[in-house]
Design a protein around this ligand. Structure first.
Ligand SMILES: [Zn+2]
Length: 302
């Protein structure tokens, strides 16, 4: 076969042209290394799909509240702090973070200005529909990160009652709000349950512009100790009997060093929780088995 140098040259040029310009490009929104926002609301629809894939179906629901925080901190303290911690944790260990959520249990502060207290039924219904919707969008592991002490009973109850009927996702609750005292900067106060030294210090990290330290002593956060029944008997009014101004402790000795220690502990702990939840293949599997068995309990036991 005779080789025509002219034709060979033209063919070579066509190949080169195709290689450099003409080949159809592979259509993709993200490469695996491309940085994705951790904010659910900042992602495009296709980036959201990539985010859920990258987080192995783990999505965060940071849970705040809107309530008085002593005389010196903003109403949104718990919301601002939990979002600060959750967003930084998700940067470390990727997971999409649901937008602002603050529809929790705060009936005990209804006598204070600015408190948003939703009814018991709505709290549970809204939370269920929120996690259902998250799961419908691929978040098969919903990690609720609690930022508010008043939710301490609500959230385990919500998680426990996921067993009442089948769901194709698992609810996890991370409910630690404070680093162990040992090892951190020394604290000046011993009574510190709400808007005191620790929370005020945290706020100095997340939103220092919203801390009015000069007002921290304008109300008393002392324990009024007015309830005269033993501690092992629970009442809903217990908090008001002890802290009628919705302030427990003293925010004035707060400092940035303590805030940085606390916040770093919180961020690292949440990041570890995200990792642990990603690695948990037991809960989804056994939850499914449980739902199946619960439809015919008489056949399942020996
Ligand atoms: Zn708080």
């Amino acid at each position: 076969m005779r080789i025509d140098p002219c034709r060979t040259f033209i063919s070579a040029m066509v190949v080169l042209f195709c290689l450099s310009f003409g080949l159809p490009r592979i259509a993709h929104a993200q490469t695996p290394t491309q940085k994705l926002s951790v904010h659910w609301e900042e992602l495009t629809a296709s980036d959201f799909r990539e985010g859920v894939r990258r987080s192995q179906g783990v999505c965060l629901l940071p849970f705040g509240i809107i309530e008085k925080h002593g005389p010196h901190l903003p109403l949104g303290t718990d919301l601002l702090d939990v979002r600060y911690a959750a967003l930084h944790a998700a940067e470390q260990e990727y997971a999409p973070v649901f937008p602002e959520y603050y529809f929790g249990q705060i009936a005990e502060a209804k006598h204070e200005p600015g408190t948003m207290s939703y009814s018991r039924g709505l709290q549970l219904a809204l939370l269920q529909e929120t996690t259902d919707e998250m799961a419908r969008n691929g978040c098969k592991k919903v990690l609720i990160v609690n930022g508010h002490g008043g939710n301490n009973s609500l959230l385990p109850y919500f998680a426990q009652t996921q067993l009442d009927k089948p769901h194709d996702y698992v609810v996890y609750v991370f409910n630690e709000l404070e680093a162990p005292e040992k090892g951190g900067p020394p604290r000046k106060t011993s009574m510190d349950m709400h808007a005191g030294e620790v929370e005020t210090s945290n706020m100095m990290v997340s939103r220092p512009d919203l801390v009015h330290l000069d007002r921290a002593n304008s109300e008393s956060g002392a324990d009024q100790a007015r309830q005269k029944i033993p501690e092992n008997i629970y009442t809903g009014i217990w908090w008001y009997t002890r802290f009628p101004f919705h302030y427990s402790g003293d925010g004035s000795p707060a400092n940035k060093e303590l805030g940085e220690y606390q916040m770093k502990w919180w961020v690292d702990s949440i990041a570890k929780a995200i990792k642990d939840v990603k690695g948990d293949d037991v809960s989804p599997k056994l939850q499914k088995e449980f739902y199946e068995k619960s439809t015919h309990p008489l056949d399942t036991q020996p």
